[in-house]
Design a protein around this ligand. Sequence first.
Ligand SMILES: [Zn+2]
Length: 223
Amino acid sequence: MSGSFRIEEGERSDQPGDFHHARSKDEKHDHVIFHLQQAQGRGVARVIYNDPRRFGFMDLALRNDLDAYPAFRELGPEPVGNTLDAAYLAGRFAGKQQPLKTALLDQKVVAGLGNIYVCEALWRSHLSPKRAAATLVTATGRPKKELQSLTEAIRAVIADAIEAGGSSLRDYIQTDGTLGYFQHSFCVYDREGEACRTPGCGGRVERIVQGGRSSFYCHHCQK
Ligand SMILES: [Zn+2]
């Protein structure tokens, strides 16, 4: 969140691409610098990690130890992985009174599912972010139909974002500095007060705060 890379070569500083919001170049936020030796006579290039809010971290670890690495070992499955299905989510949601929004943002449940994608997936599956997670699970612990459609919406929203080149928002750029275009197709995220895009709904997008994060949803068609 708000961090970025830039490339410097000799005296040339390059932050290629067009940026919707200016990136920080303040050197006091340069926390990691990779010095890359180029072919003879071409000098050294530097790849600089700038992180004003210091949310990021880097570490060195052996490949064989990655599964046991503290930051990874408790992570849930990735949204596009084969292990994320409705039965898995039913197991994680059973008995959970936590709101859906908060449950889905928990990286121990699903890894790499961020605020935007959770909002979009809930809108696509017509589920309220405030609804208790357990209500999507049957008494015998099986996924209800709604959980099936939520799981499909999660996969679809991620697939669409990858297709579109990632969500660029203000905090995301591709490593080559170009912007992604997924933000142009947000259906609820950051659309407070605007008309809901569910055909025939007629509701307006509202913003509420859950767990310190903004949730955008339409109470008309998301139950
Ligand atoms: Zn609606």
